[in-house]
Design a protein around this ligand. Structure first.
Ligand code: ACO
Length: 423
């Protein structure tokens, strides 16, 4: 079948049926309004494909996630975050030369303009790191105003992409140092991406950071798992904002704001706070589950449920295993991991969650690993944003290169007052 028919008031209209690589099907309704005078209405975009994309594939029923065709489990096992970023943005695995040029770009663009560091001074120490991140990423368009995309010069895009991936890491580490009242540690040219971040976070004038390769491996894995997830809330935001032809810094900044919300990337902080509450206040896991099921209570079990996954989120599976092996490798015992495991076990046996196909998502176990790395809960969503940066950039570029190019502009069904006159 290559077309779909819609019947309105006994009139029949035909629309092309589009088939994706994995045989998923979509009705192309771009001519619907012109043909019928009707629009579609889809609250929360549950059935609306906003674009055709060649970047990430998800099968939510089977729990499959692939970047550019490669399975997430294999990528998390064998690649670094920097290689994954290249794959997402440029569509192929980098050759040795491409990797070295890309890494050099990241290294050369890791330092913030020194004047930007003064911004941190005026920020209150209790400022949420996500608020600082939004402000500082947007500030990049103040400091680098001449580097907007030039279709005739792809090197400009390469520079901006490298700058964003590299500088978000420096901004994140500086905002942490600001929050604990320690001097900034500048990026180093001799350290790899993740080790450089750990060094900026944990070195201090009184105690240098001792390079920890296992921590570096775990951080690479975490960032790879967060690197893209097709048309979620923040990525759709980046595409929509970017479709006005505003610069990449501003588009990505909008994505960071969208990510912050507790129903999206902000859930990782909520999960840890929920587990801490259970631990500290002595709530039972059963009480928390009952609260999440109570329709008179707005509380949700953070780290469970997903719009697309109606099966175990493959990222959560990888992170659950990584939590156990990283903690046991260091003889660390985190009571929050025990609570999380108990919570998951009960949830997966509970009719309410089974019926609604609610499984752990990426945010359920990531916080336990970040804690084990010494990263505080207030920084968790910032870590997510560092990981997601290559995905946002790749999606922005794909949107930008789509022909014919169109600004994103949904419609509405107006349900307000009919025309009336002032008294
Ligand atoms: N706890 C309790 N009930 C839940 C949960 C949850 N975590 N998630 C969904 N439900 C229930 C809803 O109440 C609803 O029940 P109903 O049919 O009786 O009304 C049903 O399951 C369907 O939920 P929706 O909200 O319609 O699902 P939607 O696809 O719109 O939302 C979302 C997905 C936002 C992720 C939701 O599952 C949720 O709020 N989860 C908790 C927050 C979270 O972990 N977010 C991170 C997601 S991953 C990411 O963004 C990186």
């Amino acid at each position: 079948m290559t077309s779909a028919k819609i019947i309105i008031d006994k009139n029949e209209y035909e629309f092309p049926l589009i088939t994706g690589t994995e045989q998923e099907r979509a009705i192309d309704i771009s001519s619907l309004y012109a043909q019928t005078g009707c629009i579609t209405l889809d609250n929360g975009f549950q059935n609306t494909g906003a674009c055709a994309s060649a970047i990430t594939y998800i099968d939510g029923d089977k729990g499959i996630l692939r970047y550019r065709g490669f399975d997430i489990t294999e990528l998390a096992e064998k690649l670094t975050f920097v290689e994954t970023a290249y794959l997402l943005i440029y569509g192929t695995l980098p050759t040795i030369d491409q990797k070295s040029v890309f890494s050099r770009h990241l290294t050369e663009n890791s330092m913030l303009h020194e004047d930007m560091t003064h911004y941190f001074v005026g920020m209150p120490p209790h400022a949420h790191p996500m608020a600082i991140l939004c402000a500082m990423v947007n500030s990049l368009s103040i400091f680098y105003p001449h580097s907007f995309i030039d279709d005739d010069n792809p090197a400009v895009f390469d520079l901006i992409a490298a700058r964003l991936i590299s500088m978000i890491r420096t901004i994140a580490a500086f905002s942490y140092k600001k929050s604990i009242g320690e001097p900034f540690v500048y990026p180093r040219h001799d350290l790899r991406y993740c080790m450089n971040f750990l060094n900026m976070m944990f070195s201090s004038p009184v105690k240098p950071y001792e390079c920890d390769q296992e921590a570096e491996r775990v951080l690479n894995k975490l960032l790879i798992l967060h690197a893209d997830h097709e048309q979620n809330c923040s990525t759709s935001t980046v595409r929509l904002v970017g479709s006005s032809m505003v610069n990449l810094y501003a588009s990505v900044c909008a994505g960071i704001c969208a990510l912050w919300g507790p129903l999206h990337g902000g859930a990782n902080q909520e999960v840890i706070e929920m587990l801490e509450d259970i631990h500290r206040k002595g709530h039972s896991v059963q009480d928390v589950i009952a609260m999440a099921k109570d329709k008179n209570n707005s509380f949700r079990l953070f780290g469970f449920g997903h719009r697309v996954y109606k099966n175990y989120d493959p990222r959560a599976k990888i992170l659950k295993d990584a939590c156990s092996s990283f903690l046991s490798g260091r003889s660390m015992n985190d009571p929050l991991l025990d609570i999380a495991l108990e919570l998951e076990e009960l949830v997966l046996r509970d009719e309410y969650f089974i019926e609604r196909k609610l499984y752990p998502n990426v945010d359920f176990y990531s916080g336990i690993l970040y804690r084990a790395l010494g990263i505080p809960a207030s920084m968790f969503t910032v870590m997510f944003a560092i990981g997601r940066m290559p995905g946002w950039i790749a999606q922005w570029r794909e949107m930008h290169d789509t022909k014919p190019f169109r600004i994103g502009r949904p419609r509405q069904v107006y349900v307000g007052s009919a025309h009336r006159s002032l008294p």
